[in-house]
Design a protein around this ligand. Structure first.
Ligand SMILES: Nc1ncnc2c1ncn2[C@@H]1O[C@H](COP(=O)(O)OP(=O)(O)O)[C@@H](O)[C@H]1O
Ligand code: SF4
Ligand SMILES: [Mg+2]
Length: 328
């Protein structure tokens, strides 16, 4: 499918058991309940590129992110990192070397930084874990370099997380992620918690780091304007499934899936000439009882009987991938 993929996702699914407690099931006769958070997802991420995932809250983006760095085990399918099964490799002794190569950056930098640690200890921890430094002096030197590489002052090493603004805290998380010299960064809504004015600064930093270090990104955001600026490819998810995948340029200039169009219509600036913003219509269905056929049919203006009965398969169509009966 692509020429030099670093990450390949094959038929990836994740189910969560959300059953009531065992005793309630027996006494109240309640059944076991499985929530299908991610279903049969396939894609490749080219080395040095950015794949963005978009879709409304609850569509499985964070679950997919965690599967991609090995924080969750797949229920079905697999993630390949440089052609090797990620989950199997992480379970083996050489898994530690692989873990170093992929890092995750979360939405809330404050929650992901230990408030009682000084910045130097936060950034230094991966250096010790992966044995990239041997002495305290080396460590301090390296922490200073890492802080500089994300636009902070080496003297910030002595401060605590609460002494920084939100944007600076996200820079600290990025410095910590870079400490293990990763090749693959999974960024789950990295700027969503930040003020609009600092979002662009953090995004520019991420783009500069990608250029300098040849990093590969999975970038998750519900902000399509941001996605358009940072990504090479975009995957649109709906209720755990990928419904459209295209190059960023194609997706924004020629969105084809009715759901992608609905998302784009909600942003006035993306469609030249159209001032009216059409709010996203309808609500995301309950994932415990997904609609029959195409899960988007209750909200889709183009839905037919076929859509209600039969789930559309993902197909290759004019250089994109799409799952919709009305296209192709
Ligand atoms: N650990 C979990 N246990 C049970 N259900 C979960 C868990 N994590 C996520 N879910 C459910 O899986 C679905 C996808 O969630 P998530 O991946 O967080 O979506 P997104 O990041 O796109 O908002 C949601 O219905 C959510 O409630
Ligand atoms: S398959 Fe049918 S319901 Fe689903 S998005 Fe396409 S037209 Fe709409
Ligand atoms: Mg999420």
């Amino acid at each position: 499918m692509t020429r030099n993929p670093l990450v390949q996702v094959r038929g990836l699914s994740k189910r969560f058991d959300v059953s009531p407690p065992w005793l309630n099931r027996i006494i109240e006769g309640k059944p076991r309940q499985l929530l299908q958070a991610v279903s049969e997802v396939d894609f490749d991420i080219e080395r040095g590129q950015t794949l963005a995932l978009v879709g409304e809250s609850g569509c499985g983006k964070s679950t997919l992110a965690r599967l991609l760095v090995g924080l969750y085990a797949p229920s079905q399918g697999e993630v390949l990192f440089e052609g090797a099964n990620l989950h199997d490799t992480l379970a083996q002794p050489q898994g530690r070397a692989l873990r170093r190569r992929m890092q995750m950056i979360f939405q809330d930098p404050y929650a992901s930084l230990n408030p009682r640690w000084r910045v130097r200890d936060i950034v230094a921890e991966p250096l010790w874990v992966h044995q990239t430094v041997k002495t305290q002096a080396q460590c301090l030197q390296r922490v200073g370099e890492l802080l500089e590489s994300v636009g902070l002052n080496p003297l910030d090493a002595n401060k605590f997380p609460h002494q920084f603004s939100g944007g600076q805290r996200q820079r600290i998380s990025i410095a910590r992620a870079l400490a293990s010299q990763p090749e693959f960064l999974v960024c789950d809504e990295p700027t969503s918690a930040l003020d609009v004015s600092v979002q662009a600064q953090v995004l520019n930093l991420m783009l500069d780091l990608q250029r300098e270090r040849g990093l590969t990104y999975l970038f998750i955001s519900h902000n399509l304007a941001v996605v358009r600026q940072v990504s090479d490819q975009v995957g649109v998810m709906y209720l755990g499934r990928l419904v459209e995948m295209a190059s960023t340029e194609t997706l924004f200039s020629q969105p084809r899936h009715p759901y992608t169009r609905m998302l784009l219509d909600a942003i006035p600036k993306l469609r030249p000439g159209s001032q009216t913003r059409l709010p996203v219509q309808g609500e995301v269905p309950n994932p415990l009882s997904p609609p029959s056929g195409c899960a988007f049919h209750p909200r889709c203006p183009q839905a037919t009987d076929l859509c209600r009965q039969q789930r559309p398969e993902m197909k290759n169509f004019q250089g994109i991938r799409i799952a919709c009966h009305a296209v192709a």
